[in-house]
Ligand binder design. Sequence first.
Ligand code: UD1
Length: 427
Amino acid sequence: MDQIIVTGSKNPLQGKVAIEGAKNAVLPLLAATILASEGTSTLTNVPILSDVFTMNNVVRGLDIDVTFDEEEKQVIIDASGQIGSQAPYKYVNQMRASIVVLGPILARNGYAKVSMPGGCTIGSRPIDLHLQGLEAMGARITQRSGYIEAHAEKLKGAHIFMDFPSVGATQNLMMAACLAEGKTVIENAAREPEIVDLAIFLNKMGAKVRGAGTETITIQGVEHLKGAVHQVVQDRIEAGTFMVAAAMTGGDVLIQDAIWEHNRPLLSKLQEMGVEVLEEDEGIRIRSTVTDLKPVSVTTLPHPGFPTDMQAQFTALMSVVKGQSTMVETVFENRFQHLEEMRRMNVHSEILRDTAIIHGGQALEGAQVMSTDLRASAALILAGLVAEGQTIVGKLSHLDRGYYKFHEKLAQLGARIERIKGEDSDV
Ligand code: UD1
């Protein structure tokens, strides 16, 4: 596995950066294409990421034709023939998000067998809400030998209240409900922009989904769905990562096509810190002078709260702001491992259960560090941008799951960064 070497510099990042389609949108969109028993689906603005390759394989494993034209960033899916019902361990274990195929396979075939997704370093991540919702729609579910099996000749519309607005469960249930008999109401649904993007695509396919983006989503079941064409929404987390990079280097960066509403909680915290945030025709511009920034308190929450997927990167920013900042992580129970790694870079923090206190303003020092999860990998690289000397970041398989050409985009903005071939064990 490769390594990224960042040489810290006092140079602020400057220029424009282009953002890809959202990983967290395209994965459920690919799962939704399973529902189309007629025609082909075309997804455009598809990011070239390892998670996308994995999801393509999950879908191909169902005897569905999937063609990824990387140059055009376009995936064409033909699920019009007879499709399989099994998503085996070898694909599902590579990516937890593949559990979102459960609802569509069940709705389409009346039976689904999907490997249980494994644990994950950021928390235990159960799937009880996915299963309870499908059961409420009449599915009979059994779990054995590491597989979930679900049967329902025809799902029935139901009134579902989710204890927690789980993103994946909302997507799974929305998709299953599209082919159910009658009306399904999902209350306390997740409201993330990626949920809205999925609803737009499902409606293009002929579904009747209303209320996506609010707490209550209503789905009127239809007999069948057909393929559709859809452009994947921009990646708010990639955009947010570059916003933080600009802020912590005292930079001036235009994040092209970034969507203000999708990044509102992050933008408001950046403004509270003293970062200048400008809405321009081409996107969002971030300007900052690090020395004037103030410490802040942040709590991660489901959308429209501060996104947990920006937590690690934001703690890197907190570490360069003089004074005591606080980060409370309420979505995942074990998502501060990057702070342990950043200690090696002289980041001072204390972690007590779900709260991290960051004593910012110490001079960061370059070190050899290891990515512990996807967003942690980006956070370590951001810290390396402002550390004295060289930072070597290993285990880039995490980074490649969610960032396309991250080092090249940073280099274009003036960072001293390169990616070299190497073994993980060297780090
Ligand atoms: C999605 C995102 C991930 C993001 C997360 C929260 C994708 C592919 N991934 O993950 O990047 O960090 O939303 O914004 O879109 N939970 C349960 N029972 C369930 C389901 C979830 O207890 O049945 C818990 C989880 O353990 C976790 C919390 O709910 O603590 C949030 O999970 P969820 O919203 O489902 O996240 P994902 O869909 O897995």
